[in-house]
Design a protein around this ligand. Structure first.
Ligand SMILES: [Zn+2]
Length: 350
């Protein structure tokens, strides 16, 4: 049996927020075409999503937002905020992007797949309880965590958000919830404005939200350093029962909306490898990747292909990481204040 599954449906090509919008149908089309090539296709099984029910969406969103989005159905263009818009198919795409997470968890927990990539749009991590924003309608990965809690009884879910932007919606959903550890690395200060290192959760959830805000022009070295020296030790202490990844690829070099320099050929496979090592030690290797942003089509194709090859260990990573003054700078300027805050409160041994 194959170990990796992809969830995909042509409905994800039909949601269109506007002809010049960067969050275009071509994004998933490009990844889908790459998956069909003969070097990759033998390694993956493909499944269609189901539609999420209203009840499932209301785990994370208000009835008000559900009504706002459902009322866009059949209407050719509705602008929801300065950069978020819908067409006649957006509601159907949005409930399937959420429902893809339900199918993914079933494959991971009932069918023994180790990895699943939910190739979905619209993306989700900016969507808040009452508010669609930042190209996102419903928060796919937040509802994935609710599926894991409500259908499988999970108590320790690690969400790693490596999208260039901070996942304000996901952070808010679980800010006081220790059953979900939210870890985000993002360009800062930048859209949506949240994600300062001092945002570490509240109440019982204090210490279970972790933000690494980075200046522009960070690349493979900084990201690998952060994953190795802070995410990995904390994740091994938390012992997640599943790892979910808000897999945006706008952290890659030359992205039209970002200023980071992670490479699809080395950085993305290395981050995948580190997460897989944690997953192998803590949760039988199980990782759910959900597409978020990423606006350069070549980066999307190469990143997803390399992610799957690395996950399945069918291609060795030949390059080695060499830490330089760039990581020293990140340690001093970004990680030290975060570690001091976490050590002071004794949440994690780092
Ligand atoms: Zn993004």
């Amino acid at each position: 049996m194959k170990k990796f599954a992809v969830i995909y449906d042509e409905i994800f090509l039909k949601h269109n927020p506007g002809i010049y919008h960067p969050e275009s149908p071509q994004r998933v089309q490009a990844i889908w075409e790459r998956l069909q090539k003969e070097d990759l296709l033998p390694y993956i099984d493909i499944f269609p999503p189901e539609s999420a029910t209203k009840e499932e969406i209301l785990w994370n969103h208000s009835e008000y937002l559900y009504d706002v989005i459902s009322q866009t159905k059949g209407k050719s263009y509705i602008q929801l905020d300065p950069d978020t818009a819908t067409n006649e198919y957006s509601f159907d795409a949005a409930i399937k992007a959420v429902g893809a997470q339900k199918v993914a968890l079933r494959l991971l927990f009932e069918k023994d797949y180790e990895g699943v990539f939910a190739l979905v749009r619209p993306p989700g991590h900016h969507a808040e309880r009452d508010r669609a924003m930042g190209f996102c309608l419903f928060n796919n990965i937040a509802i994935a965590a609710y599926y894991a809690k409500n259908y499988y009884g999970l108590k320790r879910i690690l969400i790693v958000d490596w999208d260039l932007h901070h996942g304000n919606g996901t952070q808010k959903s679980f800010y006081s919830d220790p059953e979900v550890l939210y870890f985000s690395v993002h360009q800062y200060p930048y859209y949506p404005g949240t994600g300062h290192y001092s945002e570490i959760g509240s109440g019982e959830g204090r210490g279970f939200t972790l933000n690494v805000p980075l200046p522009a022009y960070c690349g493979d070295e900084e990201y690998i350093y952060i994953f190795e020296t802070i995410l990995k030790p904390i994740a091994l202490q938390y012992k997640p029962e599943i790892i979910m990844v808000s897999a945006g690829f706008d952290l890659c070099e030359n992205d039209p909306l970002g200023a980071m320099e992670v490479t699809p050929s080395f950085g993305i496979p290395m981050l995948t490898k580190i997460l897989k090592e944690v997953a192998d030690k803590t949760c039988k290797g199980k990782i759910l990747f959900t597409l978020e942003g990423g606006y350069d089509l070549m980066n999307l194709q190469e990143s997803v292909a390399n992610l799957i090859f690395t996950f399945l260990n069918v291609k060795e990573i030949s390059q080695k990481i060499i830490y330089t003054k760039r990581s020293e700078k990140i340690e001093e300027k970004v990680l030290k204040p975060l570690k001091d805050l976490l050590r002071y409160k004794a949440y994690w041994e780092i």
